[in-house]
Every structure is written in C-alpha cells, then in structure tokens.
Write a protein that binds this ligand. Structure first.
Ligand code: ZN
Length: 425
C-alpha cells in the first residue's frame, strides 16, 4: 500500500558517494548545490553525527562528511540541530493553513476529513520539488459517517452512509475524488453535556475497512473510547487518528492493540484543555512567527467543565503503555480543533508525547520517520540521500530537551529556505 516512488536520475545520482556527487551533480533547477554545514544531524530516529547535508534540485544529495567545494552555496548551521521536516498526522486544512504549517517546520500534513476539491492541486504539489509556500498535503477527503453523526457540519453537505449504502461503491467514490486513505467515524457521542450521536454499526465498519483494503488504501478510525477502539481494531482498522481518554487501558487490552498492528495518532493537544496553547502563547520563541489566524485559534481556550475527567492524564497514560508495548505512536494535532493551530501546535504535541513517556528522540521520530514509514511516504521523514530536502534547523539539542524544537532557526521546503515572516492578516 506504499506510495509509488520513481527511481529518477536524480535519485540515482544521490545514491553515489558524496565525492562523486559533488563533482558530477548538476542541479536540475540550475542553482548551485546548497551545503548546510556544521550541523548536528537527527536523521528521523537518532542523532547520527555532526557534519553537512548537501541539497540540490529539492532533494538531499549527501549526508555527513561532504567535502567542501567552491561550487556549493554554503549555509553555516552554527552547530545547531538539523531534523527532517515534521509530519502532522491529523489536521483539517483551510485557506492559509498549509502556509501557517510550513512556517513552523511542518512540511507535510495529513488531513483527516476535508474538502475533496483541494486534492488534485495537493497531489500535484507533493509530487513536485519546486519551491512552495505551503506544506504538502495528503487527505482522507470525505470520511465515512452517518446522517446526524460526527462531524456535525452546519454548512458543508457531504455524502453520508445509510443502512442501504453499498460501502464498496461509497469507498470507491471517495477514492475517485482523491482520498489517499479512508477515514471511518466510530463516535457515539457523550458524555453529557455532549449529545449522544448515531454512528456506523460494527458490521459497517468491518465492511468499510474491507472495501478500503480491496482498493489498496489504509482505513483509519476516529474513536475516542477504549471499547470502540478495540471493536474497530477487531474489524481490521489500520490505525487510529485519536487516542482514547475515557479510561486507562489494562495490560490485556494494550497487548490486544499491539497484536492488531494498528498505529495511534494520540492528538493529546485536542484534550489538553488549552495547556499547550497557553505555553505556546507565552513563549517568545514562538510568538513573533504566529499569523493572526494562528494566534486567534490558540486563544480560543476551551470552557472549563466542573468535574471534567483529566483527559490529558488518561490519554497520556494510554500513550505511555502503548509505546512501551511497541504500538507505533504518530504525532498529530487535530488542528484547528479546540485550542490548536496548524503548524505551531505540533511543537506542543511533541512535548506532550515526551511528557507522556516517550524519550525525546522517540517523540521526534513520531513526528518524522515513524509517520513516513507508517503511511508509506517514502520520499520524506528522514535525512538520507535521495529524500526530499524538507528540513528544520533548531537551536540546542531537541533529543535532550524536546522544547528545543520551538527555537526554529530555519526551515527548508524542497531545499528552499522558507520565509517565516507571518502574514499581516
Ligand atoms: Zn480531526
């Protein structure tokens, strides 16, 4: 189910030893190769050393000990840490959101319920290595849900599933619209004051997952309760785009989730009741770069509910146990839901994952190499020859302190430096 990847001439060149590349690689865009020198390199899993990353034609040509050349343009990294661009595994895009994402180092976004009209242009961009001001986008397009079920959308009319719907045809129609994976909504609502909601039957979930697999697509599930998560895992779900926070899972349940092979995008930011947003808004490393939209979104503090369970604490305990058991954990924000904003909230989510019990390197991997592998995004998520030159440079060592990720010194998308100046409105 991996994304297709052509072995291009450029990729072949990138597989040559660095010395050969430095002599022979003509940058396809006519620009001299860019040498990002004097950086500590986090390759998507771990720090691999100190050295240079050589970039041309939007891709990484060589990593490590790259000999100097008068043909290179040089960017002195000043001993800072270079990481792969971040991949936010749960967003909803809207106009301007992908530019907001990019300015905070999120170079790829996975939309988990969005307008299929955007998908054709998104597909063109993510195949290109041309300069862009926006993060690349993959999308579920329209998710699979029932009339009156989640998400209740006041204006947007999209097709919904009834008891008569042929689910194979429904899934085929979504894929024809451009859906990259199939999003299944299993949400029965509550607890009060939230209303109870109608949702898919488990048989419909099973048939939808089977249809997605027949069409060689992943089936990802929205479920926020352990019982529904387990039911969807038994129905063959490939992954979950939220954590669950109604209860702490016990060892047998964690073991069952591990055996199912499913991955989790815990979206702790969406149940942190504004903790992450408040920290971001108080951080001088963050605030100069916020767009008015991001600031507005972060300032929407959720209303406090008397007696509310501590969803962040329960969700974090479940993340810690799943990670310890070997369940893949992927970073995602659900921006712009509740007090989250595209791009910037990933910096809070990585902190949440580290506080939940992932090592800083594992938390960073959950935002880079792990989602790339899980979603078959074979051209990104790591710093390695041949991959897309989506890179971020930060002060300090985020493998010791994940909050160092907030000190962004530079972002490159397709090898071009991103202008981080926020728009006026
Ligand atoms: Zn969502």
């Amino acid at each position: 189910m991996g994304m297709r990847y052509r072995l291009s001439r450029r990729r072949l060149l990138s597989l040559l030893p660095a010395t050969a590349v430095a002599v022979s690689a003509a940058s396809p865009d006519g620009e001299a190769p860019l040498a990002i020198r004097n950086v500590r390199i986090f390759d998507g899993r771990q720090i691999t050393g100190h050295g240079t990353v050589l970039v041309a034609g939007g891709r990484i040509l060589a990593v490590g000990d790259v000999p100097s050349s008068s043909r290179h343009r040089v960017y002195d990294g000043g001993g800072r840490t270079l990481l792969p661009g971040l991949i936010d595994c749960h967003v909803h895009s809207f106009e301007g959101s992908r530019a907001d994402a990019l300015r905070f180092g999120v170079t790829t976004e996975l939309d988990m319920f969005g307008d299929p009209a955007l998908l054709r242009a998104a597909r063109g961009q993510r195949r290109s290595t041309a300069g862009t001001t926006q993060a690349d986008l993959w999308s579920a397009g329209v998710g699979v849900t029932v009339p009156g079920g989640h998400p209740l959308h006041p204006t947007w009319k999209f097709p919904r599933v009834t008891e008569d719907t042929d689910l194979d045809r429904f899934v085929a129609a979504r894929i024809a619209e451009g859906s990259d994976y199939v999003k299944v909504i299993l949400e029965d609502g509550g607890p009060p004051p939230r209303p109870q909601l109608p949702t898919l039957t488990l048989e419909q979930v099973r048939r939808t997952v089977a249809a997605a697999h027949r069409h060689r697509r992943r089936a990802v599930v929205h479920a926020e309760k352990l019982a529904l998560v387990l039911a969807a895992a038994r129905a063959g779900a490939d992954g979950f785009v939220h954590g669950f926070w109604d209860t702490e899972a016990g060892p047998a349940q964690i073991a069952e989730l591990r055996r199912s092979g499913a991955f989790f995008v815990p979206t702790l930011s969406v149940v942190d009741w504004g903790v992450g947003a408040r920290e971001l808004l108080a951080d001088e490393r963050i605030t100069p770069w916020l767009s008015p939209t991001q600031r507005h979104l972060l300032e929407r503090q959720p209303e406090e509910r008397p007696g509310r369970p501590d969803f962040l604490k329960i969700g974090s305990a479940n993340v810690r146990r799943m990670h310890a058991a070997g369940v893949p954990i992927l970073a995602g924000t659900d921006a712009p839901i509740r007090a989250t904003a595209n791009g910037v909230s990933m910096l809070a989510e990585v902190t949440h994952l580290a506080r939940a019990g992932l090592s800083p390197s594992a938390a960073l991997a959950s935002a880079t190499a792990v989602p790339a592998r899980t979603f078959g995004l074979t051209d990104r998520g790591r710093i390695a020859p041949g991959l897309r030159a989506d890179l971020i440079l930060v002060d300090g060592d985020p493998t010791a302190d994940p909050e160092a990720l907030r000190s962004i010194a530079a972002v490159w998308k397709n090898g071009r430096l991103v202008d981080r100046t926020p728009p006026n409105q």
